[in-house]
Design a protein around this ligand. Structure first.
Ligand SMILES: [Zn+2]
Ligand SMILES: [Zn+2]
Length: 286
């Protein structure tokens, strides 16, 4: 019998690859996301099923990040990103420096757990000579296999909403949610963490990033009418969250947050065009 706590990327990879037939999604971007997930899944498998520490919240200082796993994950990431020509110059440079400084990958991965420490990231970016975005991307991708909750199921269970929580950031890893899923008859709002994959139910009419509940400063942006996917923006903090209404999707289609996030890159571009702050890159394996 299969152990339900062993992470299996196969169904998610299939769903990602099927996005090739969808409009709005570039095949290069899908191949990039597939490559990243394959690299992360190999790292996760190398860690073994007992790897995840299911404490709440995670304490970055107490986490053990195996140096060998970090190195091979970085090499695989570089290979997959390089193949697509995305950020490859910066990743090559980072790779050279990581070869000279044994603790660099560990520092980047740990730094990703302190999501809002942009000042530290900027200093490191200047010192190393790569962009803050590249460091943030690498750090999040590196740490995600270590923080994936052992019991996390890939698909959002559309029948059962997780417990209600007051915080708009993840109680486990302190990362921002990448997307919200509306489920159930009353449209409960389930937030999906962009780093460890945890989910929780949150207030429907509040900004998860800053807690703003002033309806005058909350709005939605959509590409078309009656679309099942849109973004919810907050003019108090200038941030947004992508939203998928599961009730408007064809029945039986289980939602995988990573697949949803990949399929809705056009919504991120829309938000950026409208001047909302870019969100941290999605790095969770589910
Ligand atoms: Zn999390
Ligand atoms: Zn806000």
């Amino acid at each position: 019998m299969a152990d339900s706590n062993v992470y299996d990327p196969a169904p998610i990879l299939t769903r990602l690859q099927n996005l090739i037939h969808e409009p709005h999604v570039s095949p290069d971007y899908i191949r990039f996301r597939v490559g990243v997930l394959e690299a992360q899944a190999a790292a996760r498998a190398a860690l073994g099923p007992g790897a995840a520490t299911d404490t709440l919240p995670l304490d970055p200082a107490l986490m053990t990040l195996d140096a060998g796993t970090l190195r091979s994950l970085y090499a695989a990431l570089r290979a997959s990103v390089g193949g697509q020509g995305l950020q490859s110059v910066e990743l090559d440079r980072l790779g050279v420096i990581a070869g000279q400084h044994a603790t660099l990958l560990d520092e980047l991965a740990r730094g990703a757990l302190l999501a809002d420490d942009v000042a530290a990231l900027s200093l490191a970016a200047e010192r190393i000579g790569v962009s803050v975005e590249a460091l943030q991307f690498v750090g999040r991708v590196l740490v995600a296999p270590f923080v994936l909750e052992a019991a996390t199921k890939p698909a959002v269970d559309l029948q059962q909403a997780p417990p209600v929580e007051d915080s708009g950031t993840c109680a486990r890893c302190d990362s921002a949610p990448a997307l919200a899923v509306r489920i159930g008859e009353e449209g409960r709002r389930v937030l999906c963490c962009s780093l460890c994959g945890r989910r929780w139910t949150f207030a429907r009419l509040a900004c998860p990033h800053c807690g703003n509940r002033d309806q005058q400063r909350l709005a939605t942006l959509a590409v078309g009418e009656n679309e099942p996917r849109w973004i919810e923006v907050c003019d108090a903090c200038g941030q947004y969250v992508k939203t998928t209404d599961a009730r408007r999707l064809s029945e039986g289609a289980a939602l995988v947050a990573l697949v949803e996030d990949t399929a809705t890159l056009h919504l991120d571009l829309l938000a950026e065009k409208e001047g909302y702050r870019r969100r941290p890159p999605y790095a969770a394996l589910v």
